[in-house]
Design a protein around this ligand. Structure first.
Ligand SMILES: NC(=O)c1ccc[n+]([C@@H]2O[C@H](COP(=O)([O-])OP(=O)(O)OC[C@H]3O[C@@H](n4cnc5c(N)ncnc54)[C@H](O)[C@@H]3O)[C@@H](O)[C@H]2O)c1
Length: 487
């Protein structure tokens, strides 16, 4: 059993602190936000993460997990201090390190014994050295600490599972003994542990996120071509995903990636590359494709309903991906901004992100469920692939709308079925079957019956999301992650 201090109680800090406590350690979480700490002390969660509340409560009640705003209190007898504070984008795309610096300064000022400081926030390459320097400057004379980089790879929505079942633990340190001490904390998880230097560990994190974002932008570019040539990107992705060199995950075409990680991390890596004289053209293209995905959805909407001025659009989903209430970098925010700019009236629904939406977009009309968002609407746009949208009663939705227009930004539904149900339907990259683009002028042979029929679901009245082989295929398994936050 070790004594651990966790600095920051957001998605990363609260999950890490809780899981370390659950593994039998004594954990104190420190946050500068008194309201957040009060909620946690009270057993209420400041974020939505499946399964978190129960584990927090259990460990809090057992006395292994405490919350405080006081660094002095939080660091008493501590062996490790994990820094898990936010690192948002700065004005020019660089990572803003003000919270990291503040946390390092506070640790340095109050510490009265040697510990290992572990940086779990996602930070630019070289930040470990910055933290070490701040500590050197602020620590009382004669006291020294060791700094380790331990990047976080969890996905919101499955954060507890990811902490307890990591693909790998990456530890970067100049002092191998410090890395070894942190490694001991993770031994119960039986995961591969990779020890490297500080800067390499920091780069592994950025490179991993940039690669995953690249995969999504890649399939989105392929999707655009599929629409023009009459191919179905879902089947293309499935066919690619069976190749073990490619893998099925992060190959779902759609509205693109969002979240608190990919947007700022790809941008920060591009910034780092630029200031070091590199030419990060791939990273720039990855971001540009992602921005275009939002616009493409709007173009599909225009194709069917014309001008949005005075039209009503229902939005299904606000969170940047399912199973989280996080709306940072969410495609919904871009869509809301663009659609309102064109004069559309919006009605939105999300299973868990409504409270966040009230703070971020206070004047957005929020309704009680997906059906209410569709009533009287000129179009519905599927923004987040929540499971409950896969099982809506589509005939009921159709009958309640002013015009049965469905723009499926997450490819939840089968284009053929939607057409049979009388929807004017557009998915992303679904060939002529989804876009209708080639119905009249497609290449020779690109007629409706030529489309493979093996993905067609049973014609059920309510279970309308695509089922059949696509549901069990590896390409379909990655849906929730592909909105982008591996991490
Ligand atoms: N959210 C994710 O899925 C995820 C995944 C992997 C890595 N990361 C990285 O982890 C870091 C944290 O992300 P997050 O999503 O948990 O952020 P968050 O915004 O949810 O939480 C950050 C918390 O830190 C607190 N804080 C800020 N400054 C502080 C200070 N000086 N002392 C104490 N507390 C302070 C804030 O009050 C807040 O509660 C970021 O660098 C992020 O890029 C996030």
């Amino acid at each position: 059993m070790k004594t651990i201090t966790v600095i920051g109680t957001g998605y990363v800090g609260l999950v890490a602190g809780t899981c370390f406590a659950d593994l039998g350690n004594q954990v104190t979480c420190v946050d500068i936000d008194p309201a957040r700490v009060a909620m946690l002390e009270d057993g209420r969660m400041p974020i939505y993460e499946p399964g978190l509340e129960e584990i927090v409560r259990r460990n809090h009640q057992s006395g292994r997990l405490r919350f405080t705003t006081s660094y002095e209190e939080g660091l008493v007898g501590s062996d490790f201090a994990f820094i898990c504070v936010d690192t948002p984008s700065g004005a020019t795309g660089e990572a803003d390190l003000q919270y990291i610096r503040a946390a390092a300064r506070m640790i340095g000022r109050v510490l009265d014994h040697p510990i290992t400081v572990v940086n779990r926030s996602t930070v630019p390459i070289g930040t470990g050295d910055v933290v070490a320097e701040i500590l050197r400057q602020t620590l009382r004379p004669g006291l020294s600490v060791r700094v380790v980089s331990n990047p976080e790879f969890l996905r919101e929505g499955s954060a507890i599972y990811d902490f307890m079942n990591p693909d790998r633990i990456v530890l970067g340190a100049t002092d191998p003994e410090a890395a070894e001490a942190v490694a001991q904390l993770y031994l119960p998880l039986r995961a591969p542990i990779m020890v490297t230097d500080l800067r390499t560990a920091e780069m592994i994190k950025y490179a991993s996120n940039a690669f995953l974002a690249t995969k999504i932008s890649f399939i989105n570019e392929i999707a655009s071509v599929c629409e023009k040539v009459g191919a179905d990107v879902k089947e293309v992705a499935e066919g690619m995903g069976y190749d073990s060199r490619i893998g099925p995950q992060f190959l779902n075409a759609g509205l693109g990636w969002g979240g608190s990680c990919f947007p700022k991390d790809v941008q920060a890596l591009e910034h780092t590359a630029s200031i070091h004289g590199c030419h990060p053209q791939l990273l720039r293209a990855v971001m540009e494709i992602n921005r275009d995905q939002r616009r493409r959805i709007l173009l599909k909407l225009h194709d069917i309903v014309g001008s949005l001025n005075g039209k009503t659009v229902g939005l299904w989903g606000l969170a940047f991906k399912p199973n989280t209430d996080d709306m940072r970098g969410a495609p919904s925010l871009d869509l809301i901004h663009m659609m309102r700019g064109e004069g559309a009236a919006l009605k939105a629904y999300d299973p868990v992100a409504m409270d966040r939406a009230r703070t971020l977009v206070p004047d957005l009309a929020l309704v009680e469920d997906a059906y209410a968002a569709a009533v009287g609407a000129d179009a519905v746009v599927v923004v987040t692939e929540w499971n409950e949208f896969k099982n809506v009663n589509l005939p009921r939705v159709r009958d309640s709308m002013r015009r049965p227009v469905m723009i499926d930004g997450r490819n939840l539904y089968d284009p053929g079925l939607m057409a049979d149900l009388g929807f004017l339907y557009r998915g992303v990259g679904r060939g002529y079957a989804g876009s209708g683009a080639l119905a009249d002028d497609g290449p020779p042979g690109a007629t409706a019956p030529a489309r493979p029929t093996h993905a067609e679901p049973a014609r059920a009245e309510t279970a309308h999301a695509e089922t059949s082989h696509a549901e069990t295929a590896p390409a379909a398994a990655a849906t929730a992650d592909d909105a982008g936050d591996a991490a």
